[in-house]
Write a protein that binds this ligand. Structure first.
Ligand code: SF4
Length: 449
């Protein structure tokens, strides 16, 4: 933009006149205020390219940069010659290409002329405004929205909403109760979230043919061999998830970087099918179906029945047991230290994936009492390894959680306690004390963390 020139035009005898320094040559002013009296601006730094070297220019008396500086010096001194008051302002801040140096003309005025000069330094005082903690009381609109989770309303608390509350009460409140939108980045390329969505949808499309049947090697091997079913499920998932509802026919061509992502997802799907092939046979009970329960809690002597639920990626039946499966595309772990650690985020990062699948197992075992329910996580990135297992493990000894029943009581107690705290009107929604949770939070600017 520095090289741009903007011509001004106007009637010289009417209104405000905008002139260049050149046009001031025949005008005298009583008051002159010059902004940007910095070296490089006054005189303007000129670097006109020329084939004639400087020594030849000066040898033959041709005009050069020094000549240009002399012209500027003339304009400047002529302008202030008859002025009564001259104010010269320069910026002493440095940064980028700015040196913060005052103009050579100012030095001349200071050291070579016997003018009366008064110098004023102006600084803007910058002070850190103390960051105050934010707490939102459970009253008014917040309380109204919160109590919509009671079971006589349609709203339900999903594992991700509860996860958000356990990580940071304020974030849960801003997101779910005050509906403060989290910025969604619209990109031409696929991000990690979109990759997960496409994979989930493609798996649902691919396995829909197996619902209520027994899935064996005979059914899975052809999927891997000809690859046609995987490809068409993937293209359909791409069209629905990435290109939107109106692209359901899958006609749009996947190009560029997205083609690489398609290849990655295809590899993941093949890994999953192979892992299923090794661990089969199994039956598919449901795919991406919503499951809801009503959970009683008692808050300050009042009983609330809360709606809790969510969409479970996949439910298998294996040797008479039910396996709750959640696909995970990120870098997550399938082990956790204690059940209590899943409910406290103050010191470490909670294992949200394990919490989510245990909550699904809790919901399902409430819906089907007496049924053995096994929580399982499919870590897509680890599904190619020989020792891949969907089972979750806990404690220092990494003991397998072979049935949700083994942790049910403890999990339910902590869950009830956390939900009671969520609905206790005496406890406001506050910020997390674990700053690691703020790193990628959309509300960082509000909290100034
Ligand atoms: S920035 Fe931190 S404290 Fe603020 S809402 Fe997000 S997670 Fe909570």
């Amino acid at each position: 933009m520095r090289n741009m020139h903007l011509p001004f035009s106007g009637e010289p005898l009417a209104g405000l006149q905008i002139l260049g320094l050149l046009e001031t040559r025949t005008l005298d002013f009583d008051n002159v205020i010059l902004l940007s009296a910095n070296e490089g601006v006054l005189p303007r730094h000129t670097d006109k390219p020329s084939f004639i070297p400087f020594s030849l220019r000066s040898g033959f008396g041709l005009p050069g940069p020094d000549h240009e500086d002399a012209i500027y010096a003339y304009y400047f001194y002529r302008l202030i010659q008859r002025a009564k008051n001259v104010t010269l302002i320069y910026d002493c801040s440095t940064g980028g290409l700015r040196t913060g140096e005052r103009s050579r003309f100012l030095h001349q005025i200071f050291y070579e002329m016997s003018l009366s000069v008064s110098e004023i330094n102006m600084t803007a005082s910058i002070a850190r405004i103390p960051v105050k903690p934010i707490a939102i009381p459970k009253a008014g609109r917040v309380a109204e929205k919160l109590f919509l989770y009671k079971s006589d309303n349609g709203k339900f608390l999903s594992p991700s909403a509860i996860n958000e509350f356990l990580n940071c009460g304020l974030k849960f409140c801003l997101h779910h109760l005050l509906d403060l939108p989290q910025p969604v980045e619209v990109t031409e390329d696929i991000d990690a979230r979109m990759l997960g969505n496409i994979l989930h949808r493609a798996m649902r499309i691919l396995y829909a043919r197996f619902i209520s049947t027994m899935v064996t090697k005979t059914q899975l091997e052809p999927l891997l061999k000809d690859g046609q079913h995987i490809d068409s499920a993937l293209d359909k998932a791409f069209a629905e998830e990435f290109y939107g509802e109106d692209e359901k026919d899958g006609d749009r061509k996947i190009e560029g970087y997205n083609l690489i992502i398609r290849q990655v997802i295809q590899t993941y799907i093949r890994q999953l099918v192979r892992a299923d092939l090794e661990s089969g046979p199994f039956g598919i009970v449901s795919l991406e179906e919503k499951h809801l329960i009503s959970m009683p809690i008692s808050v300050n002597g009042k009983r609330w029945d809360l709606n809790i639920g969510g969409v479970i990626d996949r439910i298998d039946s294996r040797q008479g047991d039910i396996v709750i499966i959640d696909y995970k595309t990120g870098t997550v772990k399938n082990n956790f230290s204690t059940i209590e650690s899943l409910f406290h985020a103050e010191k470490q990062l909670r294992n949200e994936a394990v919490f989510q699948v245990l909550l699904y197992a809790h919901i399902y075992s409430r819906l089907k009492p007496g049924q053995t329910v096994i929580p399982g996580l499919y870590f897509i990135r680890g599904s190619h390894s020989d020792d891949f297992s969907y089972l979750i493990k806990h404690g220092a000894k990494r003991e397998v959680v072979a049935s949700y029943a083994s942790v049910k009581q403890e999990f339910e107690d902590w869950l009830t306690q956390s939900l009671t705290e969520m609905f206790d009107e005496r406890i406001p929604f506050t910020q997390t004390s674990n700053p690691r949770l703020c790193t990628f939070c959309a509300y960082k600017a509000i909290c100034r963390r």
